[in-house]
Design a protein around this ligand. Structure first.
Ligand code: SF4
Length: 500
């Protein structure tokens, strides 16, 4: 597949309007057969992504189109971007890697093929990998992400291998706009350029989407928001894919930096700001379920969304591993994960009841440092991303995440990194952390962001609702005045810091 948009994953589901976005929907918000498909899929369920992991295997090197935001040659150990991989695998290596990861990370429930090229431009390797994995680890869900050019030719095979989650990257349905995004497509043994290429691509994408949904396969559509090119047009794309049965729409920011060597990066094409992205996602949310927790993962990512454990599972390491795929041990572990998840939901719902009667129009954003499990369990200085929640009298809704450089490096606070963190969460009223030092606390307060550590290790949503209730009470009593926050920056470059 290609770069940023293609990778797999999927979606979400209708929202309850209470806790989380559409992807935060629960068992009662959808038909049972759909719930079974999404309940432990970290990409199709925002709630599941706090608890379950996914992995990608990079078995598909070739691509059949060129996107102006993609450069598959670029790799960096600290980079996280679709289309980026450190090693390409054979189907046999990939199958061993999946078993190794599934044994070591029992909450890994999803295997996706997302590149680094397009899985359907490499159908032999892609489907051989699915075959090997479905025989050896039948409990793992199979996904693929595609640019859609070859999709209509492979729908029957996708069905045959029980791949029931497919992501299609659709950045436009208007060939005039497409010509600005795609220099060429490789079609019927020749390279086609310009509007003609874009027309072929959009026709094939929409046809493939229709065929998949007609066959009951859950589809997510990824769209890359490119300011000045397709940002306004994505509302139309949203309507088009909804009308063809897409389950979820994932509008992602363009990742564009000269160091990536992409056409957009080299030409200075900017990505959207945090508030531009949120405004577009909000405007589409009434139309269909929006995914807001996508991490635009590498094509060889491993672990919970937002973490990357791929370095623990290099080919050298997995080939030496003694793999013992124990299905019952995995199931037992996942039952414990479910207990924790249910406890989190119950705590959130109980806290939500205490907001009853509040009728404020007020909405604020807060940033949360978390390592997973839906808890505030990360130190401020060790966070390489913050999750963003919108708080209102409806509860706490997940609306995105922000990658940042680590503030704490080698035991010391890095002032330069702190500035980037503040820029990344500048639209937030508060930041929830498990722990924070005196210096960053001071700087955050100066920037108008309240550091909050009183809910350390508690559940995120329950804590956020309690905070919001106090916030409203303080406004009512005159103790504080609500201040409208500004915009924030979405990180564009590669990570420059090392993991703590
Ligand atoms: S979060 Fe990662 S795995 Fe999930 S859809 Fe986005 S890129 Fe794919």
């Amino acid at each position: 597949m290609q770069k940023m948009a293609e990778h797999k994953g999927c979606g979400t589901s209708g929202g309850s309007g209470k806790a989380s976005c559409g992807t935060g929907a629960g068992e009662n918000d959808m038909p049972t057969e759909i719930w079974e498909k999404v309940k432990n899929h970290p990409c199709y369920s925002e709630e599941a992504h706090h608890h379950y992991a996914r992995m990608h295997v990079a078995v598909a090197p070739a691509c059949n189109i060129q996107c102006n935001y993609c450069n598959r040659k670029y790799d960096c150990a600290n980079e996280s971007r679709p289309g980026v991989v450190s090693e390409k695998l054979s189907p046999e290596q990939a199958a061993k890697k999946v078993l190794a990861v599934a044994s070591a990370i029992p909450q890994m429930t999803v295997l996706g093929i997302a590149g680094p090229g397009d899985p359907l431009a490499n159908p032999g390797k892609t489907f051989k990998t699915f075959e090997l994995i479905s025989e050896a680890a039948p409990d793992i869900k199979l996904c693929l992400s595609t640019n859609g050019l070859s999709l209509p030719d492979h729908v029957e095979t996708i069905k045959k291998f029980n791949v029931d989650h497919v992501t299609i990257t659709i950045n436009m349905t208007d060939p005039d706009i497409g010509a600005e995004i795609y220099p060429w497509v490789f079609w019927k043994h020749k390279r086609v350029t310009g509007k003609e290429a874009a027309k072929i691509l959009t026709d094939r994408q929409l046809k493939g989407l229709e065929m998949l949904t007609a066959n009951g396969i859950l589809c997510k559509v990824n769209s890359v928001m490119i300011p000045g090119i397709n940002d306004d047009h994505l509302v139309t794309v949203n309507r088009e894919v909804k009308s063809r049965g897409a389950f979820l729409h994932n509008i992602m920011p363009l990742i564009s930096s000269p160091e990536h060597g992409t056409v957009f990066g080299l030409n200075g094409q900017r990505g959207p700001s945090a508030q531009e992205l949120k405004a577009l996602q909000d405007s589409c949310e009434g139309e269909m379920n929006m995914m807001r927790h996508c991490r635009q993962c590498r094509a060889d990512a491993v672990g919970l969304l937002g973490e990357d454990r791929s370095a623990e599972f290099t080919t050298d390491k997995i080939m030496e591993m003694d793999v013992n795929y124990d299905l019952s041990a995995r199931q037992a572990y996942q039952e414990k994960v479910e207990e924790e998840r249910q406890a989190k939901v119950a705590a959130r719902n109980a806290e939500l009841e205490t907001l009853a009667g509040e009728n404020a129009d007020l909405k604020i954003l807060v940033a949360v440092a978390t390592k997973g499990s839906g808890r505030i369990n990360e130190h401020f200085g060790h966070a390489d991303e913050f999750q963003i929640y919108e708080l209102s009298s409806n509860g706490a809704k997940f609306v995105g995440h922000r990658r940042v450089d680590l503030y704490c490096q080698g035991g010391y606070g890095e002032e330069e990194a702190l500035e980037t963190v503040i820029r990344a969460i500048n639209d937030c009223t508060a930041v929830f952390v498990a722990k924070i030092g005196h210096c960053p606390k001071e700087d955050l307060l100066k920037a108008g962001i309240e550091p909050v550590d009183q809910y350390a290790y508690e559940f995120i949503e329950q804590s956020a609702i309690a905070y919001f209730k106090d916030y409203l009470a303080k406004i009512k009593s005159g103790e504080i005045t609500h201040v409208t926050r500004g915009d924030a920056t979405i990180r564009q470059g590669a990570f420059v810091s090392v993991d703590a």
